[in-house]
Write a protein that binds this ligand. Structure first.
Ligand code: ADP
Length: 467
């Protein structure tokens, strides 16, 4: 179960995972099916191919809600779309004032659907707060029915910052649960993420380092005590990427395809990108890219703090992303000051993202926290060298280049500090200008790494089997 799944609907890394993991599981002979809400934003090329399986009604507290079940089989995977136009035909995915209702409905609809279509999974794999009520309703209500009694749940935390927190008013009004329900479990607020963590049979998150970090107050977002309680059931499994969709050898979106043995072709992508983005066309200028949500998590205040120093290094900076207005305003101003050195594209554009990964020299992720991070993996897949802060999944996938051993695949810094970041960027630029052979070696190392889902999918399968 996931609230976003590539290629249908995507706001971030969760969609990538929910899109790619099922395919990797299928390779390992797991019968995997994916359920998601039928948003109006899903491209019509998919919506027009949905097969209507039927409909029924469910109770959501005092409401009676329609549940349409539509199915699409794509590349060997079966997807079920939960259709309710009142709840899912909206301007935004998660910003709605009745989102508690949207995802309470989704959880109940998904559980009820299983019996209607007579598909009894051995495990329901839930992802993030939007599906946190599935383990809760399964244990508290549905498991009284023998059909559901043996189903186990796995809950995966993709980002602990977004928890789905609501006032207790929704207990009776939306969730259909008594106000007197166990206070120790419920806490001061209703928190969908907390319920998912407490009720699931197993909890995972998306990197081993993040699994450790979230047990501490700095990273735990107020749930560290609950997570510590479930410590023995908490495992970190690193995400992979879809190596078929993201392949520099075959990608149609690139100006020029390339491999490790034709790395010089990569430069064509950089030149064309400079031209398209209105930057000075100069292959020797180090180009640093960021492709990201403009949110506090992503360390953009560090970039803000030393932006002019970065510009003084003579680098070009390319930023693709949208989000918080405080960052938008700052970067718009910077674009005005440095029109040929800094490019800002404020949109979500998967095609441009690939062109940037394939054209930039360095990919910057100075995150405050990062559960796994896909940007650094995609960057390496396309031969860009990551510059990252050592946190979460960045710590598990990017290793600082060491002069003495020549090991490593990128540049890293430890403290959340703008000048530590700047120093690391300076170091990377120094290598770029002085030791092109080392830069080439790092690029190749990235290109040749295995970021496929195979190994992680095996770990998930083992967890399913154990459950
Ligand atoms: P998060 O899930 O926290 O946003 P991740 O690094 O895990 O961060 O995943 C982000 C994903 O979204 C990557 O695939 C990245 O390429 C993509 N992405 C982020 N912003 C944009 C954008 N503006 N346009 C295109 N793709 C984007």
């Amino acid at each position: 179960m996931a609230s976003e799944v590539a290629p249908f609907i995507k706001t971030g890394g969760l969609a990538d995972v929910a899109g790619a993991l099922p395919k990797a599981l299928k390779e390992q002979h797991v019968d995997v099916r994916v359920v998601l809400p039928e948003y109006s934003q899903i491209p019509s090329q998919f919506l027009s191919r949905l097969e209507h399986l039927g409909y029924f009604y469910i109770n959501v507290s005092w409401r009676r809600e329609y549940v349409g079940i539509n199915r699409l089989k794509l590349e060997g995977i079966t997807y079920y779309f939960i259709d309710n136009k009142t709840l899912f035909h909206r301007e935004t995915l998660y910003e709605n004032s009745d989102r508690a209702l949207q995802f309470t409905y989704f959880s109940r609809a998904v559980l009820a659907m299983l019996k209607k279509i007579d598909f009894k999974p051995k495990v329901i794999h839930c992802n993030d707060w939007q599906t946190g009520l599935i383990p809760f309703y399964l244990k508290e209500e549905f498991s009284h029915d023998p059909f559901y009694a043996s189903i186990k749940t796995l809950f995966t935390i993709h980002n602990l910052q977004y928890q789905g927190q609501f006032s207790k008013d929704i207990l009776e009004d939306v969730m259909g649960v008594s106000k007197e329900f166990n206070v120790e479990i419920m806490g001061d607020h209703v928190n969908f993420m907390r319920l998912g963590i407490l009720y699931a049979d197993k909890v995972t998150t998306v990197s081993p380092t993040y699994a450790q970090e979230i047990l501490t107050p700095y990273y735990g977002e107020g749930l560290e005590a609950i997570l510590t309680r479930r410590y023995t059931e908490l495992v970190g499994i690193i995400n992979g990427i879809d190596t078929v969709d993201f392949n520099p050898e075959t990608d149609k979106e690139l100006y020029k395809q390339f491999t490790t043995t034709s790395l010089s072709f990569r430069e064509e992508n950089k030149k064309k990108l400079q031209e398209n983005l209105g930057l000075t066309q100069d292959a020797t200028r180090p180009m640093i890219a960021l492709i990201t949500r403009l949110a506090d998590q992503k360390g953009l205040d560090l970039v803000q703090h030393v932006f002019s120093e970065m510009m003084h290094l003579g680098v070009q900076v390319v930023l693709l992303g949208s989000g918080d207005s405080k960052y938008v305003e700052f970067f718009q101003r910077m674009q005005h000051y440095y029109p040929h050195q800094f490019s800002l594209s404020m949109k979500f554009d998967a095609e441009l993202a690939k062109q940037i990964y394939a054209g930039c020299d360095f990919f910057l992720m100075p995150s405050r926290f990062e559960p796994c991070g896909l940007g650094q993996l995609l960057a390496m897949r396309y031969g860009a060298i990551p510059i990252v802060r050592e946190t979460g999944g960045l710590c598990d996938t990017v290793f600082a280049y060491q002069d003495d051993t020549t090991l490593g695949n990128g540049f890293t810094f430890k403290n959340y500090n703008a000048h530590d970041m700047l120093y690391t960027i300076e170091r990377a630029v120094h290598y770029y200008r002085t030791y092109p052979d080392i830069i080439d070696r790092l690029r190749k190392r990235g290109l040749e790494s295995d970021f496929s889902w195979t190994r992680s999918a095996q770990t998930y399968r083992l967890i399913y089997e154990k459950l």
